[in-house]
Structure formats: C-alpha cells, structure tokens
Design a protein around this ligand. Structure first.
Ligand SMILES: *[C@@H]1O[C@H](CO)[C@@H](O)[C@H](O)[C@H]1NC(C)=O
Ligand SMILES: *[C@@H]1O[C@H](CO)[C@@H](O)[C@H](O)[C@H]1NC(C)=O
Ligand SMILES: *[C@@H]1O[C@H](CO)[C@@H](O)[C@H](O)[C@H]1NC(C)=O
Ligand SMILES: *[C@@H]1O[C@H](CO)[C@@H](O)[C@H](O)[C@H]1NC(C)=O
Length: 477
C-alpha cells in the first residue's frame, strides 16, 4: 500500500444499502437498480497479498535489520497458509526480505536461516495448492546499503542484480511469478522526497527534487538488471515470468477542456508512464522530459533534474517485463495548473497539474487496466487493491462494497478486451502499514496485536471473498 493512502478518505465513502437475491447469470432489478453477476474467466486468478516487513516479524532472529514482531508470520506462516487455503486463492503474493537473505546486502554473507524460512514457506504453499507470487523488494533495504546511499547510489543496481540472482537460484525452481520491485513511485516520492517521514527509508536530508528522479532512475535500472539476469541465466530452465509492480491512480480530466485533458495525460505520464515507458519503450515519457527540463531551466539549473538513459541502458530496458502488476486504490480529477505556490508536490510542479482525489473510484481501475494492457501490450494483473479502516472490525461491510466494486471493474476490463490475469486483495491480514503503523487496517483477517499469539480472525470480507472465489463470480449488489 502506498503511504497508508486510504486514510482520510474513508468518510467520503457512501455506504451502499441495496440488497439482492440473485442467481448466477441472471440480471434483475431491485429498488430501481440492476444487479448483474460477473463471471470470472477460467484462467483468471484470485489472490491475496502481504509484504515481508509488514507481517513477518522475527527480524532479530536471523538478521540485523530493524523489524519487530509485526504479525509474527515468521513463526505463524503455517496458520497463514491455512487461512489462504480457506479463502481458496490460487496465488499468494508475499515479499522476500533482502536483509533477511543478505544481511549486509552483498553476496558474501548469506543468511541460510532466511533462505530456509522462504523455502519452507514456498514448499508449504505449493503443498496447499497455492502458487507463490514473489516480490523481491517491498521497501526493506539492508542497512549497510542504506548507509551507503541506498537508491541514490548507482552501486545498488548491481547489488540488486546479485540479490535477484540469489533468489532465482534458490527459489526459481518453484517460483514462476516474480515481481522485482513494489511501487518504485512510492519509494522515490515518499522515501526519497517526502516532506515528513512517511515512507521507508524516510531520509529527507537530501535535495528533494533531484533525489526523487535519481532514486527512480536507479530503481528502473535495477529492475532491468534483475530482468536481464533472468533472461540470460535462468529463463530457459525455469520458464517463469518476471514483472514489476507499479502503483497508479487513474487520472481523469476535471473538465473537457483541451488543457485539462492534456493535464490528465501528463499526470498519468508522471505516475504510470514514469516507470512503464522506460520498461516497455526504453525511455521516459516525452511529457516528463519536457516538463522537468523546462522547470529545471526556470529554476536556473543548466541540466534537467531528470536523468538520462544511455543507449545501451535503453536497449536493456525496452521490453523488460513479462507482466505488469498494478496497485490501485483511488483516482484523481486533474486540471491544468498555471501557478505553483510553495508546498505543491514536485511532479505536479513539473507536470503543471492539479489533482483532487476521487475515492472510491472503481471505474478508474477499469480504465487503468485497459490503458496499460493496450499501451504496453503486456498481460496485467491487479497486484494490490484494498480498503482501510481504523478499527479492524469484523463486520466490515464497507470493505466488501469496496472490494466488490473494484473486482467488478477488473472483470469489466477483461470483458473490454484487456489482458487481465487476475485480482489480488491487499491484504490477507491487518499489518504494519508503514507510516500509519498498526492503526490502519486492510486485512481480510483481523490480527490481535496485543495477543502474543497474534491470533487471526476472519472478517466478514474473508467469507465474502471465499464465496466469490468458490463461485468464481461476483454480484453487483
Ligand atoms: C541520508 O541522506 C544523507 C544525505 O544524502 C546521507 O549522508 C545519509 O547517509 C543518508 N542516511 C541514510 C540512513 O540513508
Ligand atoms: C466530457 O464529455 C463526455 C462526452 O461528451 C461526457 O460524458 C463527460 O461527462 C464530460 N466530462 C466532464 C468532466 O464534463
Ligand atoms: C486480544 O488478545 C488479548 C490477549 O490475549 C485478549 O485479552 C483480548 O481480549 C483479545 N482481543 C480481541 C478483540 O480478541
Ligand atoms: C497461544 O498459543 C498457545 C500455544 O498454541 C496456547 O496454549 C495459548 O492458549 C494461546 N494463547 C491465546 C491467548 O490464544
């Protein structure tokens, strides 16, 4: 989840009260509203997600990072797998902790206990009939690499490649669905350019507008490195697919004016295009190159803040993903911006856009999936979508409404012709939501954080999802 972003939008949600009694395939009308059943195609997967630092805990057991107990999945992964099995998901998206595998970030010192842990997790999942979907980097950087500049140091590109090789070597015989990096946009924007400590690694002593684009540049190159290592050394034998997870909203123009339509396109370029265009086309979107160069010049710099790829890098980048994961939570209404008061986010200044959050905005997910599938000609999957509340209540009908509407939008995109592989709920269970800590709950399962056993209890949304997966269909009311 990007920076606990659902928080604050909760009150905007208009709760739905319609009820219906319908049978699959039948369209009928209740209280003036039609209820439709959406059937998932046979090859469409349902999944649930977590990330290492947010659920594992056990940070001090076998590495030297600064985690804590979290959901204690490090000890309770068998319970989690039972819960996944009850849901009936086909895939489980989890992340591997880089410091748990390579405590100092380099391949000199392996932590074999960490490798054993993930081997056990993967084996148990496969025994339970669940395919692992593995994120290599979901925000936890080995401390030594962070101290050496983290994502602002070019050195990390090769280090990430070495780490990816270790993962393919140890787990690639069983893991076929790889995702290199989770939400590079969040890492660059909130980790390397935030105004307050909102996202790991939360180092704000840097020159913000520069650090943002520079960290993104190295994240993109690190992704391509990991992808090409798979191509050259593992693909033939392992036959898996390697992708990346991008977080994006959908950017809709506030009015039908030419200026606002252009602004919405720029906003999309500065979020999805920032990463997707280098990865699929080999370079940044033209609107980013133009916008950032002109703002840099206006501010008196002789060089654009946006780094450039070399011709060789462009070649390595182009087409460097077999699939694309999309994390979607909300949309934006975008207008053209002509003045730039202090405090406007850098990409809005550089892109000359103004944005208002639209939440919830399920039709935005349908648009994103259609756009990404058509533009990049790649299979796409929803790798995160979910609803946060502050209570973790078991009676989470509002979460059910949110998930239902977004799952329907996903299936509609598939009907529209988008190559959508599946849908993943964030999150399997309540967890540590970065800057929001344990106060923001996304889980299908509630976790009792005061109980030393971190007992998991299914919420109403877990039963709803179980039912959807069993029927392979969802009703619109
Ligand atoms: C934070 O950034 C500063 C300035 O770039 C750097 O000197 C320092 O090492 C960084 N600290 C961490 C923990 O990344
Ligand atoms: C823009 O025009 C379309 C098509 O005429 C219309 O459906 C839509 O509501 C308009 N959008 C706005 C924001 O006015
Ligand atoms: C959480 O666990 C604690 C300690 O076992 C227990 O006292 C408390 O009742 C539990 N809370 C809930 C909501 O189950
Ligand atoms: C925690 O787990 C232990 C071992 O399974 C069990 O004996 C104990 O009753 C549990 N405690 C709670 C509060 O559920």
């Amino acid at each position: 989840m990007p920076r606990g972003g659902g928080r604050g939008f909760v009150h905007l949600f208009a709760m739905k009260t319609l009820r219906c009694l319908f049978f699959a395939g039948i369209i009928a009308v209740v209280q003036g509203q039609s209820c439709t059943t959406y059937q998932a195609p046979k090859d469409f997967f349902f999944a649930a997600a977590t990330a290492a630092y947010q659920v594992e805990g056990g940070a001090r057991e076998d590495d030297n990072s600064n985690g804590d107990i979290a959901c204690d999945s490090y000890h309770q992964y068998k319970v989690d797998i039972q819960n996944l099995k009850k849901l009936g998901v086909k895939q489980y998206r989890f992340s591997i902790s880089w410091p748990r595998i390579l405590p100092d970030g380099c391949t000199k010192s392996f932590n074999w206990a960490g490798i054993d842990y993930y081997n056990n997790l993967i084996d148990e999942l496969i025994d339970a009939g669940i395919e692992p979907m593995v994120t290599m980097f979901h925000f936890d950087t080995p401390t030594t690499l962070g101290d050496a500049g983290g994502w602002l140091s070019r050195d990390i590109v090769d280090k990430f490649g070495d780490y990816a090789r270790v993962l393919y070597k140890n787990f690639g015989d069983r893991v076929k669905n790889w995702l290199t990096i989770n939400e590079p946009l969040s890492i660059s924007t909130w980790g390397y350019c935030g105004l307050t400590g909102v996202q790991a690694p939360g180092n704000f002593s840097m020159q913000c507008p520069w650090s943002k684009y520079l960290s993104a540049h190295y994240l993109i190159l690190a992704h391509a490195k990991a992808y090409r290592i798979y191509d050259f050394e593992f693909r033939l034998l392992q036959q898996g697919k390697v992708g990346i997870v991008l977080s994006t909203g959908w950017y809709t123009p506030a009015t039908n004016s030419t200026d606002d339509i252009a602004a919405a396109n720029r906003a999309r370029d500065f979020a999805l295009g920032w990463f997707a265009e280098p990865i699929f086309f080999g370079d940044y979107p033209q609107s980013m190159k133009d916008g950032i160069a002109s703002r840099s010049a206006l501010e008196g710099y002789t060089k654009s803040r946006l780094p450039e790829f070399t011709p060789l890098e462009k070649l390595l980048l182009k087409g460097s993903a077999d699939w694309l994961g999309i994390n979607y939570y909300y949309g934006f209404s975008v207008s053209n911006r002509v003045t730039f008061p202090y405090g406007i986010a850098q990409e809005q200044v550089d892109g000359a856009t103004d944005r208002n959050v639209l939440y919830p905005y399920p039709q935005g997910l349908r648009s994103v999936l259609n756009y990404a599938s058509q533009t990049y000609k790649v299979p796409v999957a929803v790798t995160e979508n979910g609803y946060s509340d502050g209570t973790g209540t078991l009676d989470d009908t509002i979460r059910i409404d949110y998930l239902r509407d977004h799952l329907i939008a996903t299936l509609q995109a598939r009907q529209d012709g988008a190559n959508v592989l599946g849908y993943t709920v964030w999150s399997l269970m309540d967890n540590m939501e970065w800057s929001s800590g344990y106060t923001v709950k996304y889980g299908l399962y509630q976790v009792n954080f005061t109980d030393p056993n971190r007992t998991r209890t299914p919420k109403a949304s877990a039963s709803w999802y179980t039912n959807v997966i069993a029927q392979r269909s969802v009703n619109s009311c």
